[in-house]
Design a protein around this ligand. Structure first.
Ligand code: KIV
Length: 261
């Protein structure tokens, strides 16, 4: 059953919301099979899958490609598509960009920062919107925690309230003090989804590559539930050894008793 904006709002304070990112069809298939109610096709794809230094290199075409793949793997899950850098600079541009992501398979879109006019315009045109405040990688100059001073914490709290008022149905809080994550969660009526924002958010999101241990750097607030990079190394080494020793493919031919299947 696909959950919609109102279902997520109804879960606030009652049922913690699990969100994982996904960028490919088989990963999305596994996440849907596990019953995760919402998948984010984030512009993190640029850094964790495409080798870019920044999410700013991600384009609408990249997002359409990945959203399509994720939708084919998770036909019944709410999918949030990230609006890439500079594709939401004004309400009309954002609407055209958002409509492309929805056409590619997204159920809603996410955008970074306190863009009240843009959010309101998208919502008025039937596009469900997820906000994102705290650390906003598209415009940040570093990946360090934000909201450490009273003034910056107040700015982030105000942004979360503005995002709610503009019509967003959910807000992602990234890399802020845990106490601020709790305060914002109490101060807004829409679910907060934390990534490095502490235990008092209404839900938690992890970048799937971080959760899988696929990559060579993981943020301190992430958790590795597996070590897929190690598995890739082991598989590639084992295959190389078997090809060089002429064991492969003879060993599978012996096992299956078949030649050219
Ligand atoms: O792009 C993304 O994956 C995100 C998460 C870090 C929340 O915005």
């Amino acid at each position: 059953m696909t959950l919609h904006a109102a279902d997520f709002i109804a879960r606030k304070g009652k049922h913690p919301i699990t969100m994982l990112t996904a960028y490919t069809c088989p990963v999305a298939r596994g996440i849907e099979a596990a019953g995760v109610p919402v998948i984010l096709v984030g512009d993190t794809v640029g850094m964790v899958e495409m080798g870019f230094e920044s999410t700013r290199d991600v384009t609408l075409e990249h997002m359409e490609y990945h959203i399509g793949a994720v939708r084919r793997g998770a036909r019944n899950t709410h999918i949030i598509g990230d609006l890439p850098y500079l594709t939401d600079t004004d309400p009309e541009t954002a609407l055209i960009s958002a409509q492309r992501l929805i056409a590619a398979g997204a159920s809603s879109i996410k955008l970074e920062g306190p863009k009240a006019e843009v959010i309101a315009h998208l919502v008025d045109n039937g596009i469900p919107v997820v906000g994102h405040t705290g650390l906003t990688p598209q415009t940040a100059t570093s990946f360090k925690k934000v909201g450490n001073t009273d003034a910056d914490a107040q700015r982030i709290l105000d942004e979360a309230k503005l995002i709610e008022k503009a019509g967003a149905f959910m807000v992602v809080l990234e890399h802020i003090p845990y106490s601020l994550g709790g305060l914002i969660s109490q101060s807004v009526g829409i679910p907060t989804i934390g990534i490095g924002a502490g235990p008092d958010c209404d839900g938690q999101v992890l970048v799937i590559n971080d959760a899988l241990g696929l990559g060579d750097y993981w943020p301190p607030f992430s958790k590795q539930y597996a070590h897929v990079s190690d598995t890739i190394l082991k598989v590639a080494r084992a295959f190389t050894a078997e090809v060089e020793s002429l064991e492969f493919p003879n060993n599978i031919i012996q096992l299956t008793g078949s030649g050219n299947r």
